[in-house]
Design a binder for this molecule. Structure first.
Ligand code: FVH
Length: 292
């Protein structure tokens, strides 16, 4: 049984995997919590743990000044809030969105009299409410709202405020998710290369982890080069060498009967940059090739 005295009361719309983890963290920290979920059965375990259950999203919004949404996507947030009176509310959207969707939602909420923060959760449910799990949440939008509720927002995971532009939390979130997607596409290719050999994936996995961890600090060289516009200084592995080595990556994929489709987009951009006369640079210039 949780102690729900003393904490800021709040409302949470959405009790999926992430919403349920968030709800449990706030209940455990003593925050009176009102919940709503489209499928009512999902509220039952939370009710047993002390949450108040609202029958409608509008009713849940009416219950507390601080309202958080953790729903599937932007469309579900719009649908859930359609009939709610947001006047005087502090609305925090923890749903993964695009920067444009977050900015539009901020404008919509502002027109209805609410202060607004958008958020991007950099954690999976098991990390929520666990100190030092490494999880955190990006926030952007109303600084006043963030400052007023900073302690409450910090209950499920650490907070990082990234600016008054309500699109910036989503932008940081999606940029990190995109980096992760690229990483896992490389990992999938690596496992495929070994798939038909008698090399146990379990033995290879620590090598992948160690190699990626060792290479990760390279992002700081890229950042420094993007900042200075000088893509040569600090370069240890130049594009001319890397493009030559890329042929070996493709030949190995062919030998192992593995499709190169996860690798070729990046390798083609490196080759284009080399063809444009940047052989002495690192591959930082690929960033510029991506801009329309
Ligand atoms: N789970 C994760 O690992 C990631 C970690 C990073 C952040 N994401 C984002 O968090 C949002 C919620 O994710 P989730 O894991 O809770 O997602 P589900 O378990 O699929 O639950 C979805 C909830 O959304 C409700 N819902 C869906 N459509 C509607 C709608 N049209 N109107 C109202 N509610 C809707 C759904 O309700 P129900 O199906 O139970 O009736 C769930 O409550 C998400 O943005 C992730 O990208 C999670």
């Amino acid at each position: 049984a949780q102690n729900n005295s003393g904490g800021t009361p709040l409302t949470l719309l959405g009790l999926g995997a992430m919403g349920t983890a968030l709800a449990r963290a706030w209940l455990a920290a003593g925050h009176p919590l009102t919940v709503w979920n489209r499928t009512a059965a999902r509220t039952e375990p939370l009710a047993a743990e002390g949450a108040a259950v609202a029958g409608t999203a509008a009713g849940a919004v009416a219950a507390n000044g601080l309202v958080l949404t953790c729903l599937l996507d932007d469309a579900s947030v719009r649908e859930a809030l359609a009939d709610a009176d947001l006047d005087g509310r502090d609305l925090v959207n923890l749903t993964t969105s695009t920067p444009g969707q977050a900015r539009a939602l901020a404008e919509w909420a502002g027109q209805r009299g609410a202060r607004f923060l958008d958020a991007g959760i950099m954690a999976v449910p098991r990390m929520i409410g666990v100190p030092d799990s490494g999880g955190y949440v990006f926030y952007s939008g109303s600084r006043e709202l963030f400052d007023a509720h900073r302690d409450t927002l910090a209950v499920p995971a650490d907070t990082r405020y990234v600016g008054s532009d309500p699109g910036f939390a989503a932008l940081h979130d999606v940029a990190l998710l995109s980096a992760m997607t690229g990483m896992f596409s490389g990992v999938a290719h690596a496992f495929a290369l070994l798939r038909r050999e008698e090399i146990p994936p379990k033995e290879f996995a620590p090598l992948v982890e160690g190699w990626l961890t060792g290479m990760a600090p390279y992002v700081h060289l890229m950042a420094a080069q993007l900042g200075s516009g000088d893509y040569v200084t600090g370069t240890e592995s130049n594009l001319a060498m890397m493009v030559a080595a890329n042929a070996t990556l493709l030949d190995t994929a062919r030998e192992q009967g593995v499709s190169p489709e996860l690798l070729t987009p990046y390798l083609e951009l490196m080759a284009r940059r080399l063809a444009d006369g940047h052989g002495a640079e690192s591959d930082t210039g690929v960033v510029d090739l991506l801009l329309h």
